[in-house]
Structures are given as structure tokens and as C-alpha cells.
Design a protein around this ligand. Structure first.
Ligand SMILES: C[S@@+](CC[C@H](N)C(=O)[O-])C[C@H]1O[C@@H](n2cnc3c(N)ncnc32)[C@H](O)[C@@H]1O
Length: 235
């Protein structure tokens, strides 16, 4: 019988490129220039590294950023291998359009890891890569004009409970003076996040307006929507 979900039992330390971020969060250069931007959690994404070259100021944070850089990069290589093997078991769950095939997907992950690795040591020294363990972030209120959170919340809904999601969203909103964007809204089995309705009610009760927006990116079948969050009134 065919498997119906990507069969991984931990949050992978992998990341995507600038081009993938632009698509999955429906970003425009003008929005990114209203710096600074937080990428949380960033994993082995090259968004912060590449955004710098596009004139944007992006801080990346992740629970693993206190590991020595060489160890982090080895972990990234191991997790790319894991994803390569696991995606091979369930390739029918994906739309092979942006990535032509599994080799193409893996070469994008390797490209992101290489650019991340190149930027990491200098970026740590400049305070652009920060260890942070959600649901607590080491940043003052309203620090970032835009906060992006990809492939963590909602996606790992089977491992991370509803209270954790609520606490993370509250914290991401706290450090944002503008918008928070989350992608995707589906879990690893392609089903919509199991507590989506409760999350929308919770955010509304906290004075947060939400909008669900279609984006020009779909890899997991049907996962082509992101959530935008904005504070309704000033505190
Ligand atoms: C799949 S990566 C996301 C990378 C990137 N945002 C993207 O879309 O390509 C998920 C990351 O979440 C990190 N993570 C797991 N638990 C965390 C926590 N409690 N706080 C911060 N980061 C966490 C993992 O270390 C991993 O790097």
C-alpha cells in the first residue's frame, strides 16, 4: 500500500533558497526593503545570506544555531540525505513542477546549504544568525517589520501541540511591528493543519487579523496557501 505522509520523526535541519522564499511567502523586493526581517526558524536556508545581496537586512534564528558551524553543516548534509530517501518513498504526494525531479529538489537543498555555510561564520559575528528556541525569542517587542516562518508551524502538527502553536504565534507577533507570514498550512500528510479553525479563533480573540492567501508555489500537493497575521490595534 502506498504511504500517505512523509515519514520523518523529527524536524529536519534543511532550508530553502531566496527564490523559494520569494514564492512561498509571495514576497516582493519592495516589501523586503522595509527592513529588518526575521526568518524563524531558518534552518539551513540561504534566504538571509541571499537577501543581504538584494539589499535587505534579514536575521535568521533557529534552535540549533548554538552548534559549532561545522557540526551544523554536517547535520544539514545528513538531513538532506534523509529527505532524499524519504521523499523517494512518497513522490506521488508532490507536484513535480518547480522541481523537475528528486535530483533537482536535492540540488536546491544543497545550494541553500552551501550558501548558508558560506555566510554562517561572518553572519554569527554580525548577529545575523541567532540561537532561539521557540516559543521564546531573544528580541524586543516590535523589532522586525516582517517575520517569516516556513516549514515548521502547522507542518509538524502531529509532533507539536496546539498550545505550542498558540505560544509560538503570540511570540512571532510580539517581535513583529508589521506582518507575520506562515507557510505552509498543511501537515506532512497533505491534510490542512488539524487545528486551523481553533488557531484562527484564537488569533481573532488576541486582536490579530488573519488572511489566507494563495501563493505561486506548490510542492506538497495542495499546499499553496500561506497565512498573513497583522495586529488589529496598537497596544
Ligand atoms: C524545515 S526547517 C525550516 C527551514 C526554513 N524555514 C525553510 O522553510 O526552508 C525547520 C527548523 O526548525 C528548527 N526548530 C525545531 N524546533 C525549534 C524551536 N523550538 N525553536 C526554533 N527552531 C526550531 C529546526 O532546527 C529546523 O532547522
Amino acid at each position: 500500500m502506498k504511504k500517505t505522509r512523509l515519514d520523518i520523526d523529527r524536524v529536519a535541519f534543511i532550508g530553502r533558497t531566496y527564490d523559494e522564499y520569494m514564492r512561498m511567502f509571495a514576497l516582493e523586493d519592495s516589501l523586503l526593503r522595509q527592513c529588518p526581517v526575521l526568518d524563524c526558524p531558518a534552518g539551513a536556508a540561504s534566504f538571509a545570506a541571499e537577501a543581504g545581496r538584494h539589499g535587505s537586512d534579514v536575521v535568521a534564528c533557529d534552535i540549533l544555531y548554538d552548534l559549532p558551524p561545522d557540526e551544523l553543516i554536517r547535520k544539514g548534509e545528513r538531513d538532506i540525505k534523509l529527505i532524499h530517501d524519504k521523499v523517494g518513498e512518497v513522490s506521488h504526494l508532490y507536484v513535480w513542477n518547480y522541481y523537475k525531479n528528486r535530483e533537482d529538489l536535492i540540488s536546491m537543498r544543497k545550494k541553500a546549504l552551501a550558501l548558508f555555510a558560506e555566510d554562517l561564520k561572518g553572519g554569527i559575528a554580525q548577529g545575523r544568525y541567532v540561537k532561539a528556541s521557540l516559543p521564546r525569542l531573544p528580541f524586543a517587542d516590535d523589532t522586525f517589520s516582517l517575520v517569516l516562518s516556513g516549514h515548521f508551524l502547522f507542518l509538524y502538527g502531529a509532533m507539536l501541540d496546539l498550545d505550542f502553536h498558540k505560544a509560538c504565534l503570540t511570540e512571532l507577533m510580539r517581535v513583529s511591528s508589521g506582518e507575520v507570514r506562515i507557510f505552509p498550512l498543511s501537515e506532512l500528510d497533505l491534510m490542512p493543519y488539524r487545528h486551523l479553525d481553533e488557531i484562527l479563533l484564537f488569533l481573532d480573540s488576541e486582536g490579530v487579523d488573519t488572511e489566507i492567501v494563495k501563493v505561486p508555489f506548490e510542492f506538497q500537493r495542495g499546499a499553496n496557501r500561506m497565512m498573513k497575521l497583522r495586529r488589529r490595534s496598537t497596544r
